[in-house]
Design a protein around this ligand. Structure first.
Ligand SMILES: CC(C)(COP(=O)(O)OP(=O)(O)OC[C@H]1O[C@@H](n2cnc3c(N)ncnc32)[C@H](O)[C@@H]1OP(=O)(O)O)[C@@H](O)C(=O)NCCC(=O)NCCS
Length: 192
């Protein structure tokens, strides 16, 4: 399993992450709100990010897409710049399960891009795309921190159900946050 297909929507176009995305990925690692809300504490060097951007789309067991604008002018996409990233990782081909993760850059939040990106990735995950049968998953899960009501509400509105929580598993400044586990199953996705 390597490089995922391009997934086109009205507002967004998802394409595999490429070496040229390293600048934007580096930028997202220096976004304090994004780091806090995703619970990211690991640090990376610029060289590691360059290597990651160059190779990640060909790594097995995962699909990494750049969320770019779906806008078209005179038959061409208006921009190919990464506005965010969305990832299906930890793909277990036997259990047909995977984890979902996404992060939009600060200027591109709250515009509906995240919602549309998840819709396209779930469709690909459960049903495949025109030219790619996809992983035919049975379950897509994620975890979201209790300090992130926007992401939690968004996931719930897309059919993810809460399964439980890891209490005070994340240190948030002088206090703690829970990790809420959520998932959507194949049948629930089709029924929605
Ligand atoms: C979470 C994130 C990916 C969502 O993407 P987005 O493009 O900003 O989200 P959208 O604009 O598509 O939708 C956000 C929804 O949340 C709602 N929302 C916004 N703030 C909210 C809040 N404080 N509480 C509840 N809902 C909220 C919006 O009304 C919208 O709902 P709607 O589609 O029904 O109108 C993005 O905000 C982000 O990258 N945040 C920082 C990193 C992060 O939190 N990643 C997820 C980690 S689990």
């Amino acid at each position: 399993m390597t490089r995922g297909p391009e997934l086109r929507g009205e507002m967004v176009r998802l394409r595999p992450i490429e070496a040229r995305d390293a600048d934007r990925l580096w930028e997202s690692l220096h976004d304090p709100e994004g780091m806090r809300l995703t619970g990211t504490t690991a640090t990376f060097t610029r060289e590691q990010i360059d290597e990651w951007a160059r190779t990640v789309s060909d790594r097995p067991g995962r699909y990494d897409w750049a969320v770019t604008s779906g806008g078209v002018r005179e038959g061409k996409f208006v921009s190919d710049e990464l506005l965010g990233e969305i990832v299906l990782n930890q793909i277990d081909e036997d259990a047909r399960s995977a984890n979902l993760r996404l992060q939009m850059l600060p200027d591109y939040r709250g515009r509906g891009y995240g919602r549309e990106a998840i819709e396209h990735v779930l469709r690909f995950a459960f049903e495949g795309a025109d030219e790619d049968p996809g992983p035919r998953l049975h379950r897509v899960s994620l975890d979201v921190l209790s300090i992130n009501p926007r992401a939690r509400a968004l996931y719930a509105s897309l059919g993810f159900r809460e399964e439980g929580r890891l209490r005070e598993v994340y240190r948030d400044g002088n206090s703690w946050a829970d990790a809420i586990l959520m998932s959507v199953l194949e049948d629930e996705y089709r029924a929605a």
